[in-house]
Design a protein around this ligand. Sequence first.
Ligand code: FES
Ligand SMILES: [Fe+2]
Length: 364
Amino acid sequence: MQMDAEAAQESAAQADAGFLWDFWYPAMRSTVITEQKLVTAMLLEVPLVLGRTSEGKAFAMRDSCPHRGIPLSYGRLDGRVVECCYHGWRFDACSGQCVEIPSLSSQDKLKVERIFAGHYPCEERDGYVWVYLNSPGTKLPETIPAAPGLTVFSDKYKITHLSCELPSHIDHGIIGLMDPAHGPFVHQSWFWRKRGSIHEKAKQFEPIPNGFRMSPHSPSMNSAPYQLLKRITGEPVTTTIDFVLPNVRTEEDRSGKMWFSSRATVTPVRRDLCRIDFVAAWNLFFLPVSIFRIFGKIFLRQDQETMIQQAEGLKHNPRLMLIDDADRPAKWYFALKANLIESRRTGAPMVHPMEGPVTLRWRS
Ligand code: FES
Ligand SMILES: [Fe+2]
């Protein structure tokens, strides 16, 4: 009874935080967890401890011993068992099931195997450890979808990862990610574009499940990298950009046999902190990883600095505006999120906020 009330309270607090549960989120890079090491992470305000069993399988548990709540990360990992540092209770790392309570005597009847530490499905993709977070106080569904993977278009390619933290609520992180109008101001630089290159654009969008797509189009040719690509292949460049709940933006650029594919996710750590994880893969022979990373870091840093400045203003709870058409994707995001929550609550199919394809116009 007590536990149920606590779980309900926790889930109410976390619902208020505006998190979307029952999705996969990237917790950390795969390279961070090496054998026999316990590493902590936080996703959606859930403290996690991650590790890798001696067979190499990544696991994620709630970083809290069910006995007295001490973080399990202070304990140790032994093969596939995590041992709590306080009274030595031992838990199977992949199922969370308790396998031993050292203090029990031969007289004790406690069913050790009925005790579970919190644990979460865990998969590795594209160099990340993904954790599936079901909403607090609920059981895991029987089947869960596979963790998202980056689309690639050939066997051989380069791949690289970047990340940065934003001192923002997840919603601001996401609408910042999909905002077309900040480019000429925040990202102006000699290699990308100048402020003077701002011009009117018309882009077609279409609904996709849980999200929307900027339909395949030729990217803005005032950007040097696209011009170069077109000159090399002699073929048109097509870009497709998708946003899908809870937090995924993917972009695929193709020109002849050349391709570039990227994914950015904005993951809530706490209600006032989120993290962008950016992974990109490409087979463009003229683009070395080192060069891409230099420019990628500049871009992320520009966004991060802006979000730091915005957080300063948001402390005072200002009223905000979303305008057409430049902020329409942000409006769709809020509507998608609200409609998903509503459909989960009622069990009715989710209503998509877009009725069909639509053209948006803005200057950027
Ligand atoms: S608190 Fe973990 S075993 Fe007691
Ligand atoms: Fe940006």
